[in-house]
Design a protein around this ligand. Sequence first.
Ligand code: ADP
Ligand code: MG
Length: 513
Amino acid sequence: MAVAKVSLLDALHEHFGFDSFKGNQEKIINSILSGKDTFVIMPTGGGKSLCYQLPALMLPGVALIVSPLIALMKNQVDLVRSYSSKDNVAHFLNSTLTKAQIKKVRSDLTSGKTKLLYVAPETLTKQENLDFFRELQISFIAVDEAHCISEWGHDFRPEYRRLKEMIDMISDELPIIALTATATPKVQSDIVKNLVLRSPEIFISSFNRPNLYYEIRPKRKKDQTIKDIVKFIHSHKGKSGIIYTLNRKTTEELADMLVANGIKAVAYHAGLDAGTRASRQDMFLLEEVEVIVATIAFGMGIDKPDVRFVIHYNIPKSLENYYQETGRAGRDGLEGICVCFYSHKDVQKLEHLMRDKPLSEREMGAQLINETVAYAESSVCRRKVILHYFGENLEKDNCGNCDNCRNPKEKIEVKNRVVIALKAIQSLEERFGSEYVVNIITGKTNPQITTFKHDKLDVFGEGKEFDEHFWNSLLRQMMLEGLIEKDIEEYGLLKIMDKGKNSSKNRTPSWFR
Ligand code: ADP
Ligand code: MG
């Protein structure tokens, strides 16, 4: 269905009162209106909801929106209703409704009054619901927070895995729209595969937040770190900030220390009762406190535009988490300072937290932690590293707004080591991942290596003067520079890219000096 541009703007104005579309919204909406499978990757706050809400209101029938969080569902429905004169234009269907409420929702659906129905994935597991939906005219299915499909997403939901199967039981012809704010290339490919998107139109918005300043500070003694934080906050007097820590106890301790130093601060974590949490959140929003010291339980759905700093007292468990958490700074486009304290001890703490998890989960967790370690230890532009993590390439080498760009570290001569790494990958015929490659370079054996006689390779042990951290970090920098890539379709096997093939022969790459 072709919808003229002017009428789309009119519809936007009519239904939401906005005068213009943000970012890719218009193109996305056109894709949905034309019945194509569509994949939307847009940072938080970018305006994803409108991308499916407007076409849902315009198309005949009702759109089903799959959303993982019951609490957010109600907010969404209230929001849509607030724009409309009719309450029954949007409903949700989940386990919190009474029988009478369900009956009302169903009757509004059957009579065609409802244009948007929010459902939890669990709702779709019930056969009676599927049977009911099969009789309805459905315009399309939107899968919000689609990263929940992937084990590599930061909040994997196993029920999301079965969505396609359940959607097909309603009809296998429904267009599917997947939306997420956090999709690394690996997660993206999981989403497309799992939902079996049919030649989807893919819209990726930039993840760059130019107004955020990124900095890593070494974390030494506790007293010193706290002093450092107090000094930082004093130099940003009256500004709002969030401090993230790893556990509940630390939030309390740190908040007490700040208060003792004349800073208005409170702790926030999942161990507090709902009333206390709500009131502390309000205190922060109303600026009765300047600083909230929180575990990652804090932040979901918080929309305070003028948070001026986000401090990580501990290194986060993934770069994705870091991006989300720092993303709460500078929503208004003005200054946002993101400081992360880094010590290797905290890395061990994170690893320790996973000790009781199944092996596969531990391996995955370890890889995610590795990426944050690489970020913290890198001398490359921080923004470049973060964006690369999301599959985006920052063209310039110096962003001017991170510690590494403002105070470039002395670059070390690593050319020979790059050559060793390339040689190892080549000798292994590009058929192994980084862990294996690093074992070869540092000269470690394991049964697999002996079986394949890789310990007889020339390059075996050629880099043993440096440890595995060094080599892992170098491999990651080589990925950033585009010399090698991790084949996400193939278990992360390292492949040499054209630039890598040439670089072993000629010039030293720009920042490998
Ligand atoms: P996301 O789901 O991508 O995090 P939301 O859909 O919650 O983002 O939208 C974020 C904010 O942007 C909301 O307050 C919404 O009303 C606003 N918004 C969305 N589209 C527009 C637009 N075209 N013009 C103005 N504001 C918009
Ligand atoms: Mg959203």
